[in-house]
Every structure is written in C-alpha cells, then in structure tokens.
Design a protein around this ligand. Sequence first.
Ligand code: MG
Length: 371
Amino acid sequence: MKITDVEAIYLKIGDIVEECNGTQDALIVKITTDAGIVGWGEVDSSPPVIKAIFETPMSHTLSYGLRELLIGEDPFEVDRLWEKMYRGTIYYGRRGAALQAISGADIALWDIIGKACNKPIYKMMGGGYRTKIRAYASMLMPNTPAEAAAKAEKWASKGFTGLKLGWGPIGQDAANDVALVAAARKAVGPDVNIMIDAGHVWDAATAIQRARKFEEQNIYWLEEPLPPDDLDGYAQLADAVDVRISAGEEDATVAAFEELLVRGRIDLIQPDVSRAGGLTECKKIADLAHRHNKPCVPHAFSTGILLSSSLHLIASIPNGSWLEYTVESSPLVDDLMVDKIPAVDGWVNVPEGPGLGIEVNEAVLDKYRVG
Ligand code: MG
C-alpha cells in the first residue's frame, strides 16, 4: 500500500473570539492510499500554522513539509515514518508545532493500519487493558461560585463521577479561587472526584498556598498550576503538597515528559495524542510514566477524532485510567462525527470498529472547511 495524498484541512465555525473553549476551529488530517483506504487524524493547535507544516516545500535535507515526506510511503511503516518526519523537520521542529503536525499524521497512519487489518487501533498497539473507560466531564470554570455549583451539579447528575473545571477566572483572586472550588464540592457532595485545571497562572509559592486550600475540598488533581517550563517550581510544589499535581498538555516527545517526571516530579502526566507526537510517541510516553508508576491521562479537548485516538491509547497502556470528555458544546465537538461517541453514566466504550472506529461526516467537514 502506498500513500497517494496528504491533506491538512482547516475547519472554522465562524469568527474566532477570545472568550472561548478552544473548539471553534480544528485541523483535520486526511491521508489517502492507493488501496482506497483513507486515514483521519487531528492536530489541536493553530490550524494555519499546522497546515503550513504539512504543505511547505523542502528547503533543505532537514527542512521538509510533511506531505512531501509521506507521499509514496507505506503507512504500515509508521515507526520509520515517524522518525522520517522528525528528522525531516528537525531544522525548524523537535518540539512545538512540528511535533503537533507529526502527531496528526501519525494518528491518520494508525487509522489506515487498523482499517487495512480490520481491527481497532488499540489491538494493533498490543492493547486491550480495558474496553470501557471512566470519563471525567471537562468544562470551563465559570466566573462565580453559584455558577460553578450549578455547572458541577448538572454534570454530576448525568452520572459523571469526575468533573474538571478549568481556566476562566482561576488565578485572578485568591478568595474567589477558594470559593469556586468549595462551591463545586458542596454542590456535588463528597463522592464525586473534582479536578481543577489552573491554566498556568501561579508561581510555586502561590500554587502551594492554593493547593493546600484546595486539599481541604479533597480535589483529585491540580492541573497545570505553573507555566510549563517551570520544572523546578513543579518539583517544589509536588514535594510540598499531598494533592496530585498533573501537567503535560503543552509538551511533546518522550524527552520532554522525562523532564516533567524526573525533574518536575509531577504525579500524573497528560500528553495530548494530537500534540505530543501521536499514538506512536504517546505509547512510549505512557510506558515511561508506567516505569515511574505514574498514571497517564491524555489531554483531549477537541473533536471525535482526538477523542477516539485518546480512547485507543488508554485501552493500550497499563497505566490508563480516566478519559477527558469535553462537555462544552460546538459543532466541531458535536457534529463532525457521523455518530458522536457517547458518555453513558460517565463511561465511554472504546470504539471496536476498524482503525479509529469513527466515521467523519464529510458534509460537516465541507461546511466548515476554510480554503
Ligand atoms: Mg488542561
């Protein structure tokens, strides 16, 4: 089988606004083969930047566009192709946008492999640790304690046993931070797990103070309290408090996660399959965390392509547990798949169809396509 076309498709649902939940645009990767099999992938990043990384022509031997590197190749050689893409972009890549673009291509290659073998990706990756995954409802933190209570109560009443509230007003006012978390806890009672995603707003000393306050509300983890590069701050925080400290959605490659785990001493890693290096690299990242006896809970806040990719990763690693399930609504979250992957009583089944096990609604894709 040979790759005949690689497309980076930019989707946008209207005018982009600053106050948003991150699902108003998307970058979808479509890889076509001479066997008639099409693979889908996604990159959760700046769509025009990623599109350029796919389409840019070769500049020299270490500076290629991904499309040029993949055309004519056999998708089954996914590991070799990952190295070819990494090496072929190293002059401008190694991390960040280039690794994110590689992630989308890698997901699409795995989708092709699964479809060609008529097996779900998690089985092709040696998995089957679990076929049903507990989801936490992932949402933006509203501005007031009363709204936080109402939002938490709404999703707990739908059967979610984990709720994550993130970003929004967190970090603007110490008293409000504490009141927001206390209100959510009071609304859902002691048995629902509450995760707080701070959105890198503090220094280590402030994060330690806030984490101690949040521990009084028995939160399950405190996510990204510090800027991603403050690894010594992460270590200081993780050593000072009992609550689990989590991070990793901004990072790519095993090398970066080794830094987070070893130098940053965090308790739980959150690679995003569409950003950290795709399924190929995320399996290695999860294996590294497993060696440190740490859970891997992939970050996933976009379309059903990323959601299904995350399900296959979690199903294929020993240290998988929770699934991030966005409950913020947008046409790209709700309508891009022919059948939206449902959460039922807070649980999500791993797709059992070939490849990713999802079907892209191409009419919706065309409706929101830019260019
Ligand atoms: Mg986060």
